[in-house]
Every structure is written in structure tokens, then in C-alpha cells.
Design a protein around this ligand. Structure first.
Ligand SMILES: [Zn+2]
Length: 277
């Protein structure tokens, strides 16, 4: 199920590790908005703990005891592809819920001066898309635009394959950083309204390219959500408990381990040189 990755995409951590790190990071905010950041963190924690949503295609095979080899292969294949797809779809939904909580928090920082037409939209999701324009490129991860463009390309293929339509906000052109959350808003709506097909078996019902396109979209969309939540919190919330964060990642223990893991020769060298440890 692994797709070929380019040099830039290979730099990204595994999606469940990235979600875990962000959940930890988000849990370290304090102050009067702590309740809101805690809700974001809890959804991310759930997304990071997700291992597998098992789908068995045998459930609806009434005479499973007598199935021939090709049918058994078909059912196993269906289960395999659906399990992979539904696992990532579930992670995407949990991450979208974390994003919903982020919208509520970010609405507090909205100012119509960020809007290209000086307007104040009603929906917290649209407010957050507009607010994203306040984030300097230096606060975004390296290759952010590559990750965004990859998602946009995948969505274009989806639109072509399924004769679908995406109604983007009309004031951000393709490739603009605010298109990241706008694409997520539209994708989430498509999933919520059941527009995106989910009953897929790449070997039989649809081509591998179509299956892979949908699978890559949800994975890349989840990644973009994580990046956007991190950037928004970094920019607009200030009460980050750094000491608690170091405690959470067991930083002191890590430092001790570094010393412990040193080779005998390194210890001896430090001892001989009298270097304080
Ligand atoms: Zn790439």
C-alpha cells in the first residue's frame, strides 16, 4: 500500500508519530484557553492511537465454507483494501474533529483586516482559512507548498475521475497558502455528505489508480491538517508551558540516556580530560 515518495515527502515523519507529537505539543498550552487546546489534543491523541480498523468482507458471504479459491481471494483482497482505507479515513475524521476545535479557538483571533474584502464571515471554518493568511512563511514547515500542491493535484485527479466539483472561496488563487484549509473544508464536506465513494476494492471494482488517488488524498489531507493546526497555534497562542513539555517528552531522562549510551572510550576520554558531565 506504500506509494513512492519524493525526496521532500520522505522527510515527513510517519503520520501516526506526527499526530502523537502534535497531541503532546497541544496538551502543553495553559491559561484561560486551556480547555480548548485540551479538546484539540484529545482528538489528536485518539488519531495517533489508531492502529487498524479491521474490515472483513466475509461477513456477507452466506456460503463462505464452500467458496472457491478465486472468490476467497476476492474477499480477502476486499478486506485488505477496505481495512487500509477505512483506517486512514477514521484518522482523517478524528483529525478533522481536532480541526473543528481549532476553528472555535481561532475565531477569537479573527479580524476582518485579514480578509481580502474586509469582511467577517459567519463560519468559524472560513474565518480560520482567512486567518491563515496571517501566518508568515517562516512559521510554516520546509516544503509546505510542495505538500499543499501535491494535495491540490490529487484533488484535481479526484474531480476528474468522479466528475465532481469543488467550490473554493473565490479570493485565493491556486497555490495560495490559504487554499490548504479551504481544500480540507471541501474534502471534509464531501466525506460528510457521502459524495466520496468508500466501497472500493482496487483489484476488482475500480482501478488501482482510482483507489490509490482516494487513499493518498486522505493521508495527505490529514498531514496538511496537522501542519495547519501547529502553525495556527504557534502564531496565535502564547501560553505554552515549555517546562511541562520537556517533562512530557522525558527530556531529562533522554539527556541521562545520552550519557549512559556513550561508549567506554568516550567515558574514559571525558574522565581523563576532567570534562564536567
Ligand atoms: Zn513529494
Amino acid at each position: 500500500m506504500r506509494a513512492e515518495k519524493c525526496d521532500k515527502c520522505s522527510l515527513l515523519a510517519d503520520i501516526s508519530n506526527h499526530t502523537h507529537e502534535l497531541a503532546l505539543f497541544t496538551s502543553c498550552y495553559c491559561g484561560e484557553l486551556e480547555e480548548k487546546t485540551y479538546a484539540i489534543s484529545e482528538w489528536l491523541k485518539l488519531a495517533s492511537m489508531l492502529e487498524n480498523v479491521e474490515v472483513s468482507a466475509w461477513k456477507h458471504e452466506l456460503f463462505s465454507m464452500f467458496t472457491c479459491e478465486p472468490t476467497a481471494a476476492l474477499l480477502n483482497s476486499e478486506g485488505k483494501y477496505n481495512t487500509a482505507y477505512i483506517t486512514e479515513l477514521t484518522r482523517f475524521i478524528f483529525t478533522c474533529n481536532a480541526l473543528e476545535e481549532t476553528y472555535k479557538l481561532m475565531s477569537l483571533y479573527y479580524s476582518k483586516s485579514f480578509h481580502p474584502r474586509n469582511e467577517t464571515p459567519n463560519k468559524p471554518s472560513v474565518k480560520t482559512i482567512v486567518l491563515f493568511s496571517s501566518i508568515e512563511d517562516s512559521l510554516l514547515p520546509k516544503h509546505f507548498y510542495h505538500y499543499l500542491n501535491t494535495l491540490e493535484d490529487l484533488v484535481k485527479t479526484y474531480i476528474k475521475n468522479h466528475n465532481s466539483e469543488f467550490k473554493y472561496l473565490d479570493f485565493y488563487e491556486e497555490g495560495h497558502k490559504c487554499r490548504a484549509l479551504d481544500t480540507i473544508r471541501l474534502l471534509r464536506n464531501h466525506y460528510a455528505h457521502g459524495t466520496i465513494p468508500i466501497n472500493l476494492t482496487s483489484d476488482y471494482d475500480c482501478s488501482m489508480q482510482v483507489w490509490s488517488n482516494l487513499f493518498q488524498i486522505i493521508k495527505r489531507a490529514t498531514r496538511i491538517i496537522l501542519i495547519c493546526i501547529q502553525a495556527l497555534l504557534n502564531k496565535h497562542t502564547s501560553k505554552f508551558n515549555y517546562e511541562f513539555y520537556l517533562e512530557c517528552i522525558a527530556y531529562e531522562y533522554w539527556l541521562e540516556r545520552q550519557e549512559f549510551d556513550m561508549s567506554k572510550e568516550e567515558h574514559m576520554l571525558l574522565f581523563q580530560q576532567g570534562v564536567p558531565r
